[in-house]
Design a protein. Structure first.
Lengths: 256, 347, 314
């Protein structure tokens, strides 16, 4: 399987702290890959490097573009998005005064009505708008959230907020979805439901995911490959069963 | 006997001018979250553009040598009074020219000013624009060609050729209302479009918008262009209404007058901006009308008025930060699609 | 030569003022995360406390005026916090809303003072709209430096030393720093946050007011606009410190005072630029700072800077 994302020997220092210290990993096409590690091990920093919030001090981040891998480190976050990388946040960052539907409709690129002049000419964008709305409706149906379409984000439960952030990313066809603890703060069964959806999207639509998750017992059931970070370094990698039984991993988790 | 009709006309004219300002500030600050504390810059720029263009061109087109008889000079002012009301075509032509030039220049100024500030937080944006307004005032006070401290006077009005003064006032009110209607339609369309949605998204969470591919600085610069352009247009209307401009009309407090309007009416709600402008300008007009009857008072109504404006901002923000009319969802065809689905699903 | 001497004196004098006005701004923002535009009023109210004491009560004792002004402006700052900032923050208003509210306060205080000067004028027939320099009894005068320079040096020294002792050597100071670094953690670890925040406002407000008193011994004509006329410089100085670092704020005070006074002296001598264009130099410095070293993340900004080097830039 070809790699969609390749992180090569990436390092990021904050003053004297080595948040990432030479990390290399790969996410294959249509992969559902987990990224785990104790608190402060550098998981979110890695997401921030990949999505352009930090420029790595060392190393490269490459993304597949047809047959080539091109560097995306050093791009601005909005440019990384345009290259096809979508992320969610550990603490959800939704548009709180917008409705659920509006939140979804913000995502798609190339909306005609976003131009200053065309926004004035309703006819020029209303067709596209309907099309996008139908897509949003379809996604909301899939996640059983259609009835919240016109609710404001501030009226939603934590579980729905987490789910909405994931759905928002799905409004655009991306090469890679980075999910930062998509099930944090939600109960066990909702977390499983969410991962089931993610798995389904991978299986049915061939989407690619890299997922950070704290609750290993849930994550391990769904992902097909796992990377373990510890103190900014890659501690272990492999299939879920292999990683779980790796003494180094056990020690890192108990030690932390 | 109080002149009720005169009061209503003057109130509606001032209301129209301030509504253009409040609508454009609502687009910038209410919808897009750009804390523009320098609204007065673009308002003042528009007023000075109209005043300068109209006075100079009126003189030049009538064959007066402005190097010898500049419009800020006493002779210039007298000449303007004579020449200004002669040619309807010239008066109206200068109006159109002023409106267009003011929109473009004020808009461009907003766009350029956005460069240093749009990447930093709202505090810096607000503060920089506020300071720029004060600097512009200092500059105008010392810039002789626009009259320095005295400013420009006897600006020929678009309807100066109309003999009857009441008809003139009504015609001008009609013009102001026409411009207001245009402004409302344009800004209403911008807000209720995918662009408006993106603006609200940027206001709510810049980081998330950035991660969804939105070029946040560019979007804000665009908004400042449009908002500042309309503020320039409002300035043009003010200059013709008062027929004079001077630097001390454009103090920072004017900006907060407009802020009080959008906060009272409801940030993000355009109708609210109109309501806010109506209330604030009404109080303002009443005070102006009543003042002469009060005689000399220890507490000046003018100061009291600003205290009221300031208190209005603070009290509304604490008691009901959403204002009289809260923000409404964005109206696009997407709503129809969803309601069809919801309706179809349940019944 | 005379010009150069006066320019240097002015630079030093203004550096003292900017220091005394800006350090509290940085400290109050750092601890409370409120951008207080009503800061300008504190300067004005400090100055007018001294002016009313002089003009209405006939007192010209600076030490007394300083203490009274400290209490007055300190209380105003606490009042702002208790009545406006804290209720807004409790409601979960974003920082920009709190900032806009502080703008509203600014206008209220500004025009309340105008009303107060009118009333004072009505009863004393003195002109409070432009008040002449006050000569104080308790500050050495006659030979050598002016009263304002002596008082400016004293107030700057007292501010720096007492703030240093307060922040570095006392429990309260440590609590203030803890609240600044992480309000939530500070609260969990048992620091009375409300008290610390109010205390910070009191101290910051008070220092600014005391600085305002010194202004009355310097300026030949103090007006109700005195605070507003300095707000550009004061905020720019704090921005040099990124609204975080007190040390860099101090450096900023010296920098801005020098840029303004030396810069305008040069421009005036060689190009005939009017002295009232002084703020343009500060504004240019402000823009340069915002472009070259944008204070990322401060004052509610994106904690991220757009890069202009870029493969496939947009």
């Amino acid at each position: 399987m070809r790699a969609v994302l390749e992180v090569r020997d990436v390092a990021k220092y904050f003053g004297g702290v080595k948040a990432l210290d030479g990390v290399s990993l790969e996410v294959p096409e249509t992969g559902l890959v987990g990224l785990i590690g104790p608190n402060g091990s550098g998981k979110t920093t890695l997401f921030n490097v990949v999505t352009g919030f930090y420029v790595p001090d060392k190393g490269e981040v490459l993304l597949r573009e047809s047959d080539d891998l091109v560097r995306i480190d050093g791009l601005n976050p909005n440019e990384v998005f345009k290259k096809g990388v979508v992320r969610t946040f550990q603490i959800p960052r939704l548009f709180n005064s917008l409705t659920v539907l509006e939140n979804l409709l913000v995502t798609p690129l190339g909306q005609r009505g976003e131009s200053l002049v065309r926004a004035l000419l309703r006819g020029s964008w209303s067709g596209q708008e309907r099309e996008l709305a139908r897509k949003a409706v379809e996604l909301l149906k899939m996640f059983d959230m259609l009835h919240y379409a016109n609710s404001k984000v501030s009226e939603l439960s934590v579980a729905h907020i987490k789910m909405l952030e994931t759905i928002r990313g799905l409004m655009t066809p991306a090469k890679l979805y980075l999910l930062d603890e998509p099930a944090a703060g939600v109960d066990y069964s909702t977390a499983r439901k969410l991962f089931t959806y993610v798995r389904k999207l991978r299986d049915e639509r061939g989407l690619t995911f890299l997922v950070i998750e704290h609750r290993l017992e849930i994550l391990m059931e769904y992902v097909d490959y796992v990377y373990v970070l510890h103190n900014g370094k890659l501690l272990s990698e492999g299939k879920p069963q292999e990683v779980v039984s790796d003494p180094k991993v056990v020690e890192a988790y108990i030690g932390a | 006997m109080i002149d009720v009709v005169g009061f209503v006309i003057s109130w509606l004219t001032i209301f129209g001018i301030y509504s253009i300002l409040s609508l454009s500030l609502n687009l910038e600050s209410g919808t897009a979250g750009v804390t523009n504390f320098g609204k007065v810059v673009f308002y003042g720029a528009g007023a000075y553009i109209a005043a300068t263009l109209t006075t100079y061109l009126t003189l030049i087109l009538n064959g007066v040598d402005v190097t010898e008889t500049p419009p800020y000079d006493v002779r210039g002012i007298v000449l303007l009074g004579e020449l200004g009301s002669r040619n309807p075509l010239m008066s109206l032509g200068l109006l159109v020219l002023s409106l267009v030039v003011a929109f473009v220049i004020a808009g461009a100024l907003g766009y350029l000013l956005s460069y240093p500030i749009i990447r930093v937080g709202p505090a810096f944006v607000g503060f920089t624009l506020l300071s720029f307004g004060e600097l512009m005032r200092v500059f105008l006070q010392h810039y002789e060609p626009v009259g320095g401290n005295k400013g420009l006077m006897a600006i020929p009005t678009p309807f100066g050729w109309v003999a009857e003064s009441r008809v003139r006032e009504v015609a001008y009110l009609g013009l102001v209302m026409g411009v207001l209607a245009t402004t409302y339609v344009v800004i209403h369309r911008l807000v209720n479009s995918p662009l408006g949605r993106t603006l609200r998204a940027v206001r709510d969470d810049e980081v998330a918008a950035l991660c969804l591919g939105k070029h946040v600085p560019k979007i804000k610069a665009k908004v400042l262009f449009v908002g500042s352009g309309f503020a320039g247009v409002a300035g043009v209307l003010l200059a013709y209404y008062l027929t004079s401009v001077n630097p001390n009309m454009f103090v920072p407090a004017v900006t907060f007058n407009v802020w009080a309007m959008i906060i009272l009416g409801g940030c993000g709600n355009l109708k609210g901006s109109l309501v806010g402008a109506a209330v604030v300008t009404f109080v303002d007009r009443v005070l102006t009308f009543v003042t002469p009857y009060l005689g000399v008072t220890v507490i000046s109504p003018d100061y009291l008025r600003w205290v009221i404006v300031g208190l209005l901002i603070v009290v509304v923000l604490i008691v009901n930060p959403r204002g009289l009319l809260p923000e409404e969802p964005i109206k696009t065809p997407a709503l129809e699609v969803v309601s069809e689905e919801l309706g179809g699903g349940s019944g | 030569m005379v010009l150069e001497y006066q320019v240097m004196i002015n630079t030093v004098q203004y550096a003292f003022f900017y220091l005394v006005f800006s350090i509290p701004l940085t400290l109050s923002y750092r601890t409370t995360k409120v951008i207080n535009f009503a800061h300008a009023n504190l300067i004005t109210y400090g100055a007018y406390t001294a002016i009313f004491l002089h003009g209405v009560a006939g007192l010209n004792i600076m030490s007394l005026a300083t203490v009274v002004a400290f209490l007055v402006t300190g209380s105003i700052a606490v009042l702002n916090n208790v009545l406006v900032f804290t209720p807004l923050q409790r409601k979960g208003s974003p920082p920009s809303i709190v900032m806009i509210a502080s703008m509203g306060l600014w206008i209220v205080y500004k025009y309340l003072l105008y009303i107060a000067t009118d009333i004072a004028n009505y009863y004393t027939s003195r002109n409070f709209m432009s008040y002449g320099r006050i000569t104080y009894l308790d500050i050495p005068r006659g030979v050598g430096p002016s009263q304002a320079l002596v008082a400016g040096l004293a107030i700057a020294l007292i501010t720096v030393v007492s703030l240093y002792v307060l922040l570095e050597r006392t429990k309260i100071g440590r609590a203030m720093r803890a609240v600044a670094d992480n309000p939530l953690l500070a609260e969990i670890s048992g620091i009375p946050r409300t008290l610390v925040v109010n205390l910070t406002w009191f101290v910051c407000g008070g220092i600014v007011g005391a600085g305002g008193v010194v202004w009355t011994s310097f300026s030949g004509a103090t007006t109700p606009e005195v605070g507003d006329s300095m707000i550009l410089q004061v905020f720019t100085v704090s921005f040099v410190g990124g609204l975080i670092s007190l040390l860099r704020t101090g450096v900023g005070a010296v920098l801005i005072a020098a840029v303004e006074n030396v810069g305008i002296a040069l421009l005036n001598t060689y190009f005939g630029v009017p002295v009232s264009f002084k703020p343009f130099l500060t504004f240019t410095t402000l823009l340069a700072i915002l472009i070259a070293f944008p204070p990322l993340g401060a004052g509610g900004g994106l904690p991220y800077r757009f890069l202009r080097r870029g493969r496939g830039s947009d």
